[in-house]
Design a protein around this ligand. Structure first.
Ligand code: GLU
Length: 279
């Protein structure tokens, strides 16, 4: 296969039917690849096996084909690559960059709410003392592996060298404090979103990440993970989000706006594309 300098991807999670917002995202990335004479990949982000369903994955293939989007095969399905994520987690763990967090979700939210006014709303924690941790583990208490920003800052000597190119915006200094000490693995889900995305984008040779503005904050954390794992940084583009007539974002629960529902109502892909452009 010839190597192309432009490789982009669309990476949906099969936790619901695709809606107009997904169509816009997929079409934006697909058209950019076509215009650049590059490659377009589809990736199925199905690490959260509790929430993912085979019929939604099937729906992704059907809806994208209907839209006129074509992708390379084989499709990378995250659920088939746990060893890749485990290796990355291991590297971070060996580097002292992860810690076990035993706090429940509500404890974390309380902690954030108590943070001094003006501080980011993201969680920052620290490892327990060794004896306390050993006790929690012995008691079988559930925990998540969190990325320690404090450790990352020490390892990298600060974050000032972390930049990413945000197309349409320019070079952006990454600020991992925006998302804080993110969870990178849980007991039930062996790897969390940020880590899987960074590992996959690198393994798949993705040079351009084109995705919605709702993921702009995620880019800051992902840029940090690339530095810690010594992976290349793609160019990013965060496109506008399509909004419903009431100004809210499309959500998977908006049944009437799923691509398959539009298809059943007789909307053609060309009509949908036109409507999206006008929106
Ligand atoms: N799987 C993510 C989602 O469906 C997208 C990940 C990405 O584009 O980086 O929101």
């Amino acid at each position: 296969m010839s190597q192309s300098a432009f490789v982009t991807r669309f990476a949906p999670s099969p936790t619901g039917w695709l809606h107009r917002g997904h169509a816009y995202s997929a079409l934006t990335a697909f058209s950019a690849a076509r215009e650049a004479g590059g490659r377009f990949l589809l990736r199925i982000e199905d690490i959260d096996t509790e929430r993912c369903r085979p019929h939604f994955e099937q729906g992704i293939y059907e809806d994208l084909a209907w839209l006129g989007v074509g992708w390379e095969t084989p499709v990378r399905r995250q659920s088939e690559h746990p060893q890749d994520y485990a290796a990355a987690l291991d590297k971070l763990r060996q580097g002292g960059l992860l810690y076990r967090c035993f706090r429940t979700r509500s404890e974390v939210l309380d902690e954030i709410a108590r943070a001094p006014h003006g501080r980011t709303r993201a969680f920052r924690g620290e490892p327990l003392a060794a004896a306390d941790e050993a006790k929690m583990i012995a008691e079988g208490r559930p925990f998540a592996w969190r990325l320690s920003l404090a450790a990352a800052e020490r390892v990298l000597g600060g974050f000032s060298s972390l930049w990413f190119e945000d197309r349409g915006v320019g070079p952006v200094a990454a600020d991992p404090a925006i998302t804080g000490d993110v969870i990178l693995a849980r007991k039930d889900v062996g790897v969390a979103y940020h880590l899987a995305v960074v590992v996959d984008d690198a393994l798949q040779g993705v040079t351009q990440v084109i995705r919605g503005q709702d993921l702009r904050e995620a880019t800051h954390t992902q840029r940090l993970l690339q530095a810690l794992l010594e992976l290349p940084t793609p160019i990013y583009q965060h496109h506008r989000l399509l909004l419903r007539p009431d100004g809210k974002r499309f959500a998977k629960r908006d049944a009437a706006e799923t691509l398959r529902e539009l298809r059943v109502r007789g909307v053609t892909p060309a009509e949908l594309r036109e409507a999206i452009e006008r929106q």
